[in-house]
Design a protein around this ligand. Structure first.
Ligand code: GDP
Ligand code: MG
Length: 202
């Protein structure tokens, strides 16, 4: 069983809990507890694999914290902003920059984390403050996926969005595995070169 750890981050009231609950239950309930953080579990079957998905949905206050442990914990991120709230777009941008910050040497990641930027509350496009192109550009510039949707009105789109990021995470797992095995192959070659040659010369 593969463990997949996904963190849903973004400003307060952008719909992180609404998106998570929509994905897990296909329902939109309108009001969500915001004073505690949750890790939800879901078993999935995707690309021929059994997955144990963990979704981290932070409490509201968390947005202001350092997020260092979340950044380390997660295999991938859904970064949410509200298309009718410009300040939430600024928070999303700050989070993306934080995730894409060059790693310090002692905690280098072999492969860049999968990130999907989500412009939520598309049903409020009559009071839109952030253009689709702006979201798309921020995502492209930072090697993220992008979509706009509505947790309130769209069930299938929300499901597809989560599947998309999970597939990206699985692709990264494969890449890491490949690098690791080619790394150990080249180490084996090196050992063979050193000791193999020495043995010959005796
Ligand atoms: P969180 O703080 O990011 O977890 O945000 P919540 O999931 O608690 O949502 C904050 C508020 O936005 C709630 O009142 C939700 O009902 C509302 N909300 C969430 N998603 C949508 C959406 O797609 N459209 C609209 N109109 N409201 C939404
Ligand atoms: Mg919440």
């Amino acid at each position: 069983m593969n463990d997949v750890k996904l963190a849903v981050l973004g400003g307060e009231g952008t719909g992180k809990s609404a998106l998570t609950v929509r994905f897990l239950t296909k329902r939109f309930i309108g009001e969500y507890a915001s004073n505690f953080e949750s890790i939800y579990n879901k078993h999935l079957y995707l690309e021929g694999k059994q997955l144990n998905l963990e979704i981290y949905d932070p409490c509201s206050q968390k947005a202001k914290c350092s997020l260092a442990s979340e950044l380390h914990w997660a295999d991938g991120f859904v970064i949410v902003y509200d298309i009718s709230d410009r300040s939430s777009f600024a928070s999303a941008k700050a989070l993306i920059y934080r995730i894409r910050e060059p790693p310090t040497s002692h905690c280098k990641r072999a492969v860049e984390s999968a990130v999907l930027l989500v412009g939520n509350k598309q049903d409020l496009c009559h009071v839109r403050e952030v253009g689709w192109e702006e979201g798309q550009k921020l995502a492209l510039d930072n090697r993220c996926q992008f979509c706009e949707l509505s947790a309130a009105e769209q069930s299938l789109e929300v499901e597809m969005m989560f599947i998309r990021i999970i597939k990206d995470i699985l692709t990264n797992f494969k890449l890491k595995e490949k690098r690791r095995s080619s790394g150990s192959k080249s180490m084996a070659k090196l050992i063979n070169n050193v000791f193999g040659k020495r043995r010959k010369s005796v």
